[in-house]
Design a protein around this ligand. Structure first.
Ligand SMILES: *Cc1c(COP(=O)(O)O)cnc(C)c1O
Length: 368
């Protein structure tokens, strides 16, 4: 039996976990600008990072990021390379001291990788973990054992692989709170004053791979030792306005368009409402029937990555194949977890969530 084709068969929806969907209108602007940016006669890809155009770009993108997320002057914004994975190392190299351990809350593979890298640099305490339960939920506040003397406390706000998300940031007292927000940054309001340090690789919710956004509270810059490699020293990078060396100019340019797109859509509060609506449509299908089994527990569900399984492994395979045929792409689960994973990042239109929900109903009718 063939699946019913969708009404617009030429339309595809990209549910990939990352690199991931970007707003179609942003990609159109990129295409229009590509050969000749702002009447310069040159492509952004050809421009010096010290040119006036790029000066202005860096100035405006920082201002727009600050306006979008309400980031005050006592925080610095950095545009770096190396992905979130480089931050797993740079963060402890800059902020951890040998005498003072850092607390890590472990809620998935990305948190574990952050721990592994920090352990190469200094002392790490695990202040909470749901590993024994297969990472299907976020720990409750009363399960955490954070130290009031930690160098910082690190958590992963959204667990891309398992489809779990902290509904609210953990309370770690006066210890600087650090978050890897790679897969949910700017998907909901961000109360930055609760954080000392936030980082995100761009390729989930911000732009192309090759760019990492870092937001750091300025008092923490004092911890960066001068013996660090210069390109890995936050204080040096801030001093040079992200241009100690050549920054990823193209990625920053695309990020700027994405940030402007977010501001036009009501900013973080506006995009959060849309994200909740989209996720609710897919979770409604999971909750409606036993046919689909959600991976995450109800209180830990992610609005960004929705993970679920079908009754058998072979049905899971058929689901992925048929979804692909009707243009619902990138939906197979992570190899560690299998099943399905639908990523509904900011750029996924509501029509994508509606198409997936209706495909799920139709699939159950034919195979349930
Ligand atoms: C994708 C991802 C990473 C890894 O990002 P890279 O840019 O590949 O280093 C880290 N943390 C989370 C939460 C992610 O989703």
């Amino acid at each position: 039996q063939m699946p019913t084709p969708m009404s617009q068969s030429s339309q595809v929806f990209n549910f990939s976990a990352g690199p991931a969907i970007l707003p179609a209108s942003v990609l159109e602007i990129v295409q229009q600008d590509l050969l000749n940016l702002a009447d310069s006669g040159m492509s952004i890809l050809e421009m010096s990072h010290r040119s006036r155009t790029v000066d202005q770009l860096l100035h405006e993108v920082e201002a727009d990021v600050r306006a979008l997320a309400d980031i005050p002057e006592n925080y610095s914004v950095l545009f770096l390379q190396g992905g979130a994975s480089l931050q797993f190392s740079m963060l402890p190299m800059n902020l951890l001291s040998v005498e003072q351990p850092a607390d890590y809350l472990v809620t998935g593979v990305w948190s574990q990788k952050a721990v592994q890298e920090a352990e190469k640099v200094g002392a790490v305490r695990i202040a909470g973990s749901t590993e024994s339960e297969g990472f299907i939920r976020i720990p409750r506040q009363d399960e955490l054992s954070c130290s009031p003397n930690a160098a910082y406390a690190h958590f992963t706000s959204n667990n891309t692989i398992y489809g779990t998300q902290w509904q609210d940031a953990p309370d770690v007292g006066t210890v600087p709170l650090v978050s890897d927000m790679s897969s949910d940054i700017f998907s909901r309001p961000l109360n930055i004053e609760r954080y000392g340090f936030v980082y995100a690789s761009a390729q989930k919710n911000l732009g192309p791979a090759g760019l990492t956004l870092v937001i750091i509270r300025n008092d923490l810059l004092e911890r960066s030792s001068r013996s660090l490699p210069s390109v890995m020293n936050y204080a040096t990078l801030v001093k040079h306005g992200s241009r100690y060396n050549t920054p990823p100019v193209f990625g920053i340019y695309v990020l700027h368009l994405v940030v402007k797109w977010l501001r036009e859509r009501g900013g973080l509060a506006g995009i959060a409402r849309g994200n909740e609506r989209k996720a609710a449509k897919v979770y409604a299908e999971i909750d409606r029937t036993e046919f689909y089994q959600g991976v995450a527990t109800d209180d830990s569900r992610s609005f960004m990555n929705i993970t679920f399984k079908l009754p058998t492994k072979s049905l899971d395979e058929v689901f992925t194949q048929e979804a692909t045929k009707v243009g619902l792409l990138g939906i197979a689960g992570h190899r560690l977890l299998e099943g399905q994973r639908a990523s509904l990042y900011n750029a996924m239109p509501e029509s994508g969530a509606v198409a997936l929900a209706s495909f799920m109903r139709d699939f159950e009718r034919r195979h349930g």
